[in-house]
Structure formats: C-alpha cells, structure tokens
Design a protein around this ligand. Structure first.
Ligand SMILES: [Zn+2]
Length: 453
C-alpha cells in the first residue's frame, strides 16, 4: 500500500475545536479568561468596612490582591474559627469567603484542574449564588462532559445573564450532545441579534437538526454512536465493535487511560458531511472537533483504512480528555495519532517521491485545517517523522523498553490535565527544545534517512 497515498486521506485533529470556536468567538473568551491573571471577583475595598485596619482583614486583602487566593481562603477559614477574632471581622470574612473561593476555583480551572475547581465553586454557591461561580461551574462541567449537570448550570447562569453569547454558545454545544437541536437554535436566534457571527452556528445547527430526523443513536459505557438509519443500519454495530477494539489498542499499546466521559461518534453519509461539517477541510476523511465525525457510506469502505481512521481519531479524543480539552501543538498531536494508527509494527516510513521543503516550526505547531491538500500532506508526514525521530532518540538516550519505544508511551503518559502544553514543555523530559528537535529532524529528513521503529 502506498503510504503517501494513505496519508492524503488522514484526518484532522482536536485543534479544530478551537478554531471552530474561535471563528465564532466563544471558546476564545473561555481561553482568554483562562490566561487572565486578574481576579474575577473582588471583595469590598477596605474603605467599605468598619474594621478596615483589622490585621486579619488587611492580610486577607493583601493575599487576595496578590492573586494568592488559596492562601487568602485558608487564612479566612482559620480566622473564622479563631475565638480571639472580633465578631464584626468574622462577619466580614464570612461575607467574602464565597468570592475568595470562586476566585480560587477560577484559578484552578485556568490551570486545567476542573475536578478540583468544581468542589470550590459548589462550596461558594452554598452561601452565595454568584453568577461568576455558576459560570465557572458550568464551564468546568462542560469541559468534563458532565452534560446533564452542565445543562442545568448553563440554564441557571443564563437566567441571570441572558445576553452572554459566549456562554450561550457553549450551552448550545451541550444541547447538541443531547440532540436538543430546536432548543439550541432558539438560543442562537436570540444571541444572533447581538452577534451576527453566530448566524453560521445557526445554519450549522439547522443542518444538523435536519440530519437528526434520519439519525439513530446508541450509548454504551464508552461511546455514544449516532448514525443515519438510511445509510448505516448495517454497519453501526460493526463500527461500535471496531471503536471498542481501537480503545483497547490505545489502552494496551499506548498505556492511555479510558476517558471517564462518553465519547460521541457520529457517522454521516458522504453527501451530507460537507453541509453538516462545513468547517472540515476537503482533504479530511474524518475529524475530531470534540466529537468524532466520520463520513462513510454503507458499501465502499475499506475496513483496514476504517480501523486506522478510528484509532487515529480516538487517539485525539483520548488525548483531549487527558489534557482537559486544551490546545496541543499540532505536530505533537498528529504525529502521535499516526503512531497510534498501526498495531505492533508500523509500515516503514516512505518519503515523498521527490525531495521537499521541511515545514517551519510555526507551520507545524499551528492548525493545519486551512492548508491545501499538498501542504497538509507534508505536515502530517513530517510531524510523523519528527515523532519517529524523537522516539528513536529517546530509545537511544534513556534505554527505555522496546514497547515504550514503538508506542510513544513515555511521551503521553506524563501528560495530565494541568501539564503545560507548549512544544518545549512537552519535550521537557527528553530533554530537548523544539527548535533543536526540528533542526535535527530536518537534517535527517533532508538526507532522507529512514527511521526504523
Ligand atoms: Zn488527526
């Protein structure tokens, strides 16, 4: 089989989620909030309180304003239980505690720790129904795919702030997971009045709603599979079995953990795929945008290619869950996804028939969804080459087991929800900078050195 040809049909990656949102703004806001160093909530300034000179109040305010929310929270809780502290001071602290907890929870969320953040959002909400706490809770539930809980929180938040179109947008994504297209369209229609960019989301939801009339869905402990009853009735079960086989593969050969939330997989007829998933590049055979979407017809598919596609897309889904759905450099995500496609021994790496340029670091790190087919093909091929190069270097340096060598396990396993995800951080333990790795891989590529793996 011509691998160069196979690569032409490879799929795009998790990054599409972010691009898709970016085009319509909402996720950008979530992310810009994530990068914001400002407190999301401020206690009243000392001039508003009678005991502003109180040392405990001053200390809590100082900690809070320096961004040390956890220390502010601990000092506040200790003070409340301290019998030597004045009643008026305690009353002030009790009033501030929900705000401090909400700020600490936002900080946790910003650093990829939604599991912990939810605990503090909920504690804060027990004593004060602040919109910020509900918003943070909703975003974390959304990120962790706690769909039903997120729906409730989004509703609560939007009752307080019905014009927050960014949160409204995320809410429609939750409704999409639940198949509640009409509700989603109604919300977008309201929000569209303020943000005309949302008209694209609206027409997309309308297309999905139209398609949903011929869809059926089935959930098990790991997947929710949706298919078209006119097209996929005969292959839906087969695909579900293959998805489980692919999940086992990622678990056994890559040491990846099964996600705790259900992964949505949607099959489309090839003809409707373009209208329902208009943001997909024309060269993609499938994509992951928070859901795995696969265009496939009942006949005319190649089971070996299908298995590769499923392993590839499922790798993106697993990795996205592992890092709290944050952006990952494309070369890393796609290079490893291609390694995840093959079982045991991968086919030998084939260079393009004629020598080609080596893409820049920036090209390899950014999204490839806007690239033309030729350049996208090169990007996939070179990211795979870089990963193979890296894995073989790792084997030389660290004398790791051959299993880890072929699987790239060592590169993935230490990635957690709170790991930093820029290229250099991903390579920290090798250790090598991305600049250096890129130089070495490029030199090897230019000499057309085959890497055995
Ligand atoms: Zn991919």
């Amino acid at each position: 089989m011509n691998r160069y040809g196979v690569l032409l049909t490879l799929s795009i990656c998790a990054l599409l989620t972010y691009i898709y949102y970016q085009d319509k703004a909402p996720e950008v806001t979530v992310r810009s909030m994530q990068h914001s160093k400002k407190p999301v909530h401020s206690p009243p300034s000392p001039s508003n309180v009678t005991s502003a000179d109180d040392p405990d109040i001053r200390k809590i305010l100082a900690l809070f304003h320096s961004g040390n929310y956890q220390a502010a929270m601990i000092h506040a809780e200790t003070s409340i239980n301290n019998p030597n502290i004045q009643t008026s001071t305690k009353a002030w602290i009790k009033r501030q505690l929900p705000n401090i907890k909400t700020s600490w929870a936002w900080f946790l969320m910003q650093t990829g720790k939604c599991d912990d953040a939810i605990i503090f959002f909920e504690q804060s909400l027990k004593s004060s129904q602040s919109a910020e706490a509900i918003k943070g809770l909703a975003i974390c539930q959304f990120k962790l795919r706690k769909v039903d809980e997120a729906e409730e929180s989004f509703q609560r938040y939007l009752e307080l702030n019905p014009n927050d179109h960014q949160i409204g947008y995320l809410y429609t994504d939750v409704l999409e997971s639940q198949g509640k297209y009409r509700e989603a369209i109604e919300i977008i229609e309201q929000l569209e009045k303020q943000n005309p960019l949302l008209s694209r989301r609206k027409s997309n939801l309308e297309n999905k709603y139209e398609e949903s009339h011929s869809q059926s869905r089935l959930s098990d402990q790991l997947f929710t599979l949706t298919w078209n009853i006119d097209i996929h009735e005969d292959i839906a079960n087969l695909i579900l079995e293959e998805l489980h086989a692919a999940a086992m593969h990622l678990q056994n050969h890559f040491g990846m953990e099964l996600p705790t939330s259900n992964i949505e997989v949607i099959l489309y007829g090839r003809e409707v795929f373009d209208s329902v998933v208009p943001y997909s590049p024309k060269w993609a055979t499938a994509l992951y945008d928070g859901r795995i979407r696969i265009p496939i017809n009942n006949s005319n598919y190649n089971i070996k290619k299908l298995r590769k596609t499923l392993r590839h897309e499922l790798f993106h889904a697993f990795l996205a869950e592992q890092v709290d759905r944050r952006k990952i450099p494309t070369w890393f995500n796609e290079g490893l996804a291609q390694l995840a496609e093959c079982i045991n021994s991968c086919a030998p790496f084939n260079f393009p028939p004629t020598p080609s340029i080596f893409l820049s670091r920036q090209d390899l790190e950014e999204s490839w969804t806007k690239l033309d087919k030729t350049k996208a093909n090169l990007a996939y091929r070179q990211s795979y080459y870089i990963i193979l190069f890296l894995v073989s270097e790792l084997a030389k340096q660290k004398d790791i087991t051959s299993e880890e060598n072929t699987s790239g396990e060592g590169l993935i396993n230490r990635l957690g929800r709170s790991s930093r995800l820029d290229s250099d951080s991903l390579l920290e333990e090798v250790p090598i900078t991305f600049k250096k790795l890129h130089e070495l891989a490029q030199a090897s590529w230019d000499k057309r050195l085959t890497i055995h793996h």
